[in-house]
Ligand binder design. Structure first.
Ligand code: NAD
Length: 349
């Protein structure tokens, strides 16, 4: 045990449906990793989500937001219910947290894990670094002449030099820690204005950071991800393209049930948020069948971000070990098997 015990304040935002079931497993594993690797987590329960909205009429009250802002990280399960209209929680909670906490990187690792069958031509091992606050998702645009034959709807893609550069800098830093190369994915032959900005800044950042730079148009990138996955390591791209290709990466590496994500504020001026990519799965909530793998992998990303790489690797390795042994059919089975694997992980610090 280390002399000085490191400590983190983490908001536990389990949400709805299977969210609380999978987050409970992830929390227990984080605590177990803390005992092994010498840190503690002060969990702050945050009751937001569909159930909270239906009960109180509020999505993200100021006092809850202030509590979230003061944490080191947020571990989210999933929010959503058939009783809440689409968009209420997405815009009022998830997108608000993304914009107001300046979570400008969406991180989506996609690695073919042991025991998982590939749908592609080989084993994909990539991290999609998606710009998370600009592009077509910035909210610029509108509708005029609504309800007439000339109704016109526009969505504008906003790309600032500063926003593009900070995303590319994060991706280049990650590339330096991995294989030393990043691939810019865009559509520069058609989206010539935004494409030119992304391409120029990518060249500058790659040169400054000493990483190799490759490029693929987004349509070709989809094809290569399936046909020639070995050509990718770190992929950096804008908000919309990243949203789409990261789901393709998930589909090629075992589906959404194995897919973790991080919404990062790399400058650490506030908490970053980590969540499994799957939703609240109301169809299986309460049946004990939810797989906590993606939530545990999201907790591993969180530990890495907090500065606990050995604990992060131990959680990630435990998921690999359980999958390699054939996986588990129940949440409880997963929890037990993961705890056993984690207990066997070596402590190197
Ligand atoms: N970030 C989020 O919080 C988030 C993301 C996606 C969907 N949602 C919300 O979740 C609700 C359900 O959405 P959906 O059905 O489209 O997507 P979903 O991901 O919840 O479920 C899709 C299918 O995958 C299965 N599944 C998902 N996660 C699983 C797991 N961990 N283990 C085993 N099976 C799993 C479900 O049973 C379902 O059959 C909706 O209200 C939606 O808005 C929330």
């Amino acid at each position: 045990m280390a002399d000085h015990v490191r400590s983190y304040v983490v908001a536990d935002l389990p949400g709805d449906g299977i969210g609380p079931e999978v987050v409970a497993v992830a929390r227990d594993l984080v605590d177990a990793a803390g005992s092994r690797f010498g840190f503690t987590v002060d969990w702050q329960h945050c009751p937001l989500g569909a159930e909270y909205y239906l009960r109180t009429g509020e999505v993200l009250p100021g006092a809850e937001f202030d509590r979230l802002r003061k944490t080191d990280a947020i571990l989210l399960g999933a929010v959503g219910s058939p009783s809440v209209p689409p968009g209420v929680l997405e815009r009022g909670l998830l997108l608000r947290l993304r914009f107001e906490l300046d979570l400008y990187i969406n991180l989506r690792p996609a690695r073919l894990r042991p025991g998982v069958v590939s749908h592609g031509a080989g084993a994909l091992d990539t991290v999609v670094v998606r710009e998370n606050t600009e592009g077509l998702y910035a909210g610029a645009g509108g509708t005029v002449h609504k309800g007439t034959a000339f109704e016109t709807a526009t969505e504008e893609s906003l790309n600032t030099r500063a926003g593009v550069e900070r995303c590319l800098r994060y991706a280049a830093g990650l590339a330096r820690r991995r294989a030393g190369k990043m691939t810019l994915v865009h559509k520069t032959n058609v989206l010539v204005h935004a494409g030119d900005l992304w391409q120029r800044v990518a060249r500058e950042v790659a040169d400054a950071e000493g990483v190799a730079l490759d490029y693929a148009h987004v349509d070709a990138a989809c094809l290569y991800l399936v046909d020639d996955p070995g050509r990718f390591d770190v992929i950096v791209t804008d908000n919309l393209f990243g949203d789409i290709i990261s789901d393709l990466g998930a589909a090629l590496t075992g589906g959404l049930g194995l897919s973790p994500s991080g919404n990062l504020n790399p400058d650490k001026t506030g908490p970053s948020m980590f969540e499994p990519v799957h939703g609240s799965a109301p169809d299986i909530a309460g049946t004990g069948k939810a797989s906590p793998a993606a939530a545990v992998l999201s907790a591993a990303l969180m530990l890495d971000h907090l500065g606990e790489p050995e604990a992060a690797a131990a959680l990630d390795g435990a998921v690999d070990a359980v999958l390699g042994a054939g996986g588990q059919d129940t949440t409880a089975g997963w929890a037990k098997a993961l705890a056993t694997e984690l207990a066997a992980a070596e402590v190197t610090r």
